[in-house]
Design a protein. Sequence first.
Length: 744
Amino acid sequence: MKVLNVAEKNSVARAVTEILSRGRSQQLQSCATWCKVYSFPFQLANEPVDMVFTSGEQEKILRNLQTQARSCQQLVLWLDCDREGENIAFEVIQVSLVASDIMRAVNSLGPPNERDAMAVDARQEIDLRIGAAFTRLQTLLLQNKFDWSGLLPAGRERMLLSYGPCQFPTLGLIVQRLWEIRTHIPEDFWSIEAKAAPTGDQPGCTFAWSRGRLFDQPAAAMLHELCCDHPTATVAEVKGQQKQRWAPTPLSTLEMQKRASQYLRMPGERIMRYAEELYQAGAISYPRTETDIFDKQYDLRALIGVQAGTRVPWAPFAQKLVEGPLFRWPRSGGHNDQAHPPIHPTAPFQADGSDKARLYEFICRHFLACCSLDAEGQSTTVTIDIAGEGFCASGLVVTARNFLDVYPYQKWGTPHETLPQYVEGQTFEPASIDLKPGCTQAPPRLTEADLIAKMEQHGIGTDATVADHIQKQLERGYAVKDEAGQSQTFSPTPLGEALISAYSAMGLTNLWQPQLRGAIEGNILAVAQGARTKASRESVLAEAILAFQTDFGSAMAQAHVLEAEVREVVFGSVARGAGAGAGARRLDAGERQGEPGGPGLAPGSQAFGGCSCGGQLVLSRDPGGGPPHIACSAWPLHRFRVDLPRITTSVGVSEEACAACGASLLDLGFTRALLPPGFQPRMHTCVACDPEFQRLIQLVGAVRRGARPGASPGTPRGWRAGGERPRPGRAFQPRAAREGRQLP
């Protein structure tokens, strides 16, 4: 009996043939010179057969397959053992190239899983129909309305504004983080810190305030003063306990992308490309897997032994795992796709210093780390009392590094974490007691690891497609990545923000927030698991199409919003209200003007009307920078000041004057996501006369003066320069210094 075996590529067919035939195959004649055909005898299910192996690539595959199939009685498809693999079992693509996997697969042949195939069919049709419809809408609406020549990606002559049901929720996560950063209102806070000086062989340490921090400066200053007046510290408690730093769990695809992007500074798309090449070379197992549990049938010590027998830096650690009690069966991560094992090394790979070699090293080190014991340490926490205020310091001594010896990507326990030896009831005088000012910080921009974690949390994409969805943001010009910086963070381009902002203004949250996509993925999973039948597969498709069909109609009806937002954000044309002057001068909330606004005015200021005191109303900034505000030019003689709404993103002075007071009208831009109902993202207003402007400030609040960049964090909230300064907390001095004695 002859068995026809079909792989995706000739290289795959050749590799599997080498494994199964042990190098004793012969090449047959093929109708396509590039599509080789191999033949060899084989024992399949205890029956001798003639194996015919070919691939399914290039244009003449149909003719080649028809020719070979005529003389064969069985068909074997070498595919991924996952949902997509079951689907394309009828189309024929990839195969595992690890010898143990090949032998296991050939001894456990079975029919394709129709439920998995139906699930993938549903996802593909949903993505194709929805993506094509909205891509066509966006492209036809905007392609010829603007000059895109400066924004075209390399190699493209016309602008394509693509939409994808996974692509836009991914972009939405990036834009939402930008909006969170913009709308963050910094608040000043104060904390007290006590330090113990090193003595002899005892290290010094810093004690943190048990209250954490206070946002009330007078209260913090009062407590600080109390501590300075009674500076003796009493050790209230010394608590020690054993600590463990868990070794990592086995490596799944998403975890590999998150960790490698963080540790190796590589983009997810490059990580997956190198992983695929390592897999094709037989150096690692299949790199697309959701599994983070090793089946007990795996001989992990044999895999570790492969690493121990190589001349690589981690070989000595691998030898310890093989020989001694350091080995431990990897902890379960809780996910098993019943298709592939966790990612692990299968053969040596040349260490040439390339990024591919660095990724291979990471996979090896992670595998060895997950097979070793947890790190162990001794933690000590010391609590002291100063004038009734509690302070604590913590230290850690690592007693057994274990997996940390092979996993340099994680740090645990440093020399400065060692504490002096204290006993309960002991008293001492701190070297210093300081009142430390601080300010709340906006959330950071998303790193690739953060973005992948959020996509995983919301069910956006699969382990095989997450990197592609992220890469698509960069290719389409919807987002940029800070490749040069240490953080490697994402931020949206004006085009990406404009698209999300427009759909947000339309009220079409399903188009860019992850909830609907997560629900669709849940329904697709139900089809794959058999919870929904073949008929239900059609209902899953119909439900998804219906949800997007409604939003498509709304988007068509509000197409002018999309056009206006792109014009506003991308091309910088301010969409003003009726009667707005064309000569308005715009001052972005995140930038500073470098030219004086008029005689006697500070740089960055611009007069736009008269004040009731006879001075001028001025649009300006504080000397230290910060958002624009409105004040009287006679300040501080006339203490008039108006802070803009905290959601303001841009402000400009119009050439049009207010009919009531004669002051120039202002053009204000606001963050759409935080606008109350009934307000537009742009306001053409008189800040002195317009009740709508005052109502908006009442609803959303004004920019807090204590939050101005450059303002002293030690300044109490609500206190102004020129006002009565509250008594500051005095600096603490040790008793010896206060008495004039020489400090040791």
